[in-house]
Design a protein around this ligand. Structure first.
Ligand code: DGP
Length: 113
């Protein structure tokens, strides 16, 4: 499969890793919109949030834990940060390997849509 994020997981494309566990990796977004902009992804390929089975509890727990760790190591756990995921083209998803954006390090606009 020709997937940029699978290549990042496999080390074929370089990335600035922030955190890694058995099932999850987090790395800096290439087009940062804020001083902290990290992508948290499952190492396994899922096109979007909708494809992650809820039975994958270990993965889901690791994803939440990774978001918490990213917030801690980047220094935004206390100041605040936003977590978002885009599902599908109308939401602006451009990479079809599930990822959570963790954004912070400045005051963020309230607007979500
Ligand atoms: P989305 O539009 O929600 O699918 O976000 C995709 C993000 O992925 C976008 O903010 C830019 C980032 N991105 C795309 N290609 C690469 C890459 O090769 N390396 C890194 N680090 N980020 C990438």
């Amino acid at each position: 499969m020709d997937c940029i994020f699978c290549k990042i997981v496999q080390g074929e494309i370089p990335s600035k890793k922030v955190y890694e566990s058995e099932l999850v990796v987090a790395f800096e977004d290439i087009n940062k919109v804020a001083p902290v902009h990290v992508l948290v992804i499952p190492k396994a390929h899922y096109d979007s949030l909708m494809e992650i089975p809820v039975s994958e509890t270990e993965l889901i727990v690791e994803l939440i834990h990774a978001i918490q760790e990213v917030a801690r190591v980047t220094g935004v756990a206390e100041t605040g940060f936003r977590v978002l995921t885009n599902k599908g083209r109308s939401a602006g998803q451009s990479v079809f390997h599930q990822h959570f954006h963790v954004i912070g390090g400045r005051d963020l606009d309230i607007k979500l849509g």
